[in-house]
Design a protein around this ligand. Sequence first.
Ligand code: SF4
Length: 472
Amino acid sequence: MNVRVTSLLTFEDCPRRFFAENILGLKVPSAAADIGTAIHTVAERWYKEGKNFPGFKKAAEDEIKKFPDTLNIENVIEIAGLAKKFISVYGEGGFDYQVIPEIRLQIPVGRHTVSGQMDALFMPLFPGMPAKIVDLKTGRNRAVTKQLAIYAFLVVKSFGGIHDVLVRYEWVRLNEKDEYHYSEKNLIEIELWINQQVKQIDKALRKGEEGFTCNPGHVCAYCGYAQQCPATSGDYNPPVEDSIEDLAELPTSPELLTSEMAEKYASRLLALQGKVKQIENVLKIWTEKHGPLLVGDQAMGKFEKAAQRQFDVKKVIERCQERGLNPLEYITLSSTAAKKLERKIDLEGCYTEKPSPPTWSIKKVETVGLESTVNTVKETVEILAEDEKAVPEQPTVSSLVKDFGVFLKGAEAPQEALENVRVAYRCSESGKYDETFWDALMSAVAWQGLQNEKAQEIAYMIQQIENVAQAG
Ligand code: SF4
């Protein structure tokens, strides 16, 4: 079976939903998902069709026709606008990267395969540089998942010589980005996670529908299978775990517990906690539908809560000052508010760190190397192409030098030659066609081993660069 990366994440959230979508083939109409698909297609067409591209508006109109149940003429402006924002990403390759839009990679995992389609992959043209992945996100909820870490792993596995990958979530509606760096070392954990998920899918497949357990929770709100799902209708009996009775009686003193027993109790505790959460989730959904449950003198359900007071901080400060009180002794910045503020201003130096004593807790050992975060920035996305109609660009010196570099790389030119083109490219980017530029450019072709036709092509390219440089 081929498992898409997004389906692996679905399986982690709820195996039964994975079953509904991937085995039963359930597809729920979703305007949000179709808008995302349409934006990708319009951006890809702009890239691939060049001068034949019919314009963003027309391309968006073509797309909405493919989704008559969910999209209509009112979505055209939005699709065209967001596609325009996204194409600016394609221009980021510069001289050092080759951009590959909408690439699908697939790797074998056990007797299955795992595949993922990336919005834009930037492959380095020079050794030792990281590959880059940019993924367009059209949602309004800035939630980062393992998705791009898995894509990074697919890239490392599929292309030799890539040891580092920079990934970026591009939140086009929010004009924000999240960037992460994955090295081969971080990706070992991702590989383990993928293997584990695929193994569990394989195990479930062997058992049939029963093998795909329900995991009711917040994901049910977005699940197209919720109407038919036994968990949400209250008919679901979670599989029974081994009983705790098979464990030896818990000794009265922790001193008497052997490490083997401690490990067994720890693993059973986690299983029981998982079960409690599962029962709670089922009961939450059940009581929402049927009303509260009474158990002895306890009631379970959704109850009204006392309204929370929302303070007008400005007025509170004024009131304190009227009474001669220092408001800063009473008002603090919550960590949630600080995080929000930090997206707009740098708070470095505005706080001290208070060490907190260790507390007993159960926490997940992180599998995604979030410590490898490069940065999280709020940045306005540049819109390179404002024109409704894509106009084929005139070649510039730098674009010609770039093509020349790509050509030399394809002709397996030595590293030194590529370095020289790189120097020439940097000069051309800043509009300097001086001695350094020409020296670097000409040194790039002074290497042996060229076949005649390639030499002719190089001569033609140099001629073109000269013409454009002189015209400029
Ligand atoms: S409704 Fe909830 S429990 Fe049922 S399949 Fe969907 S996500 Fe899973």
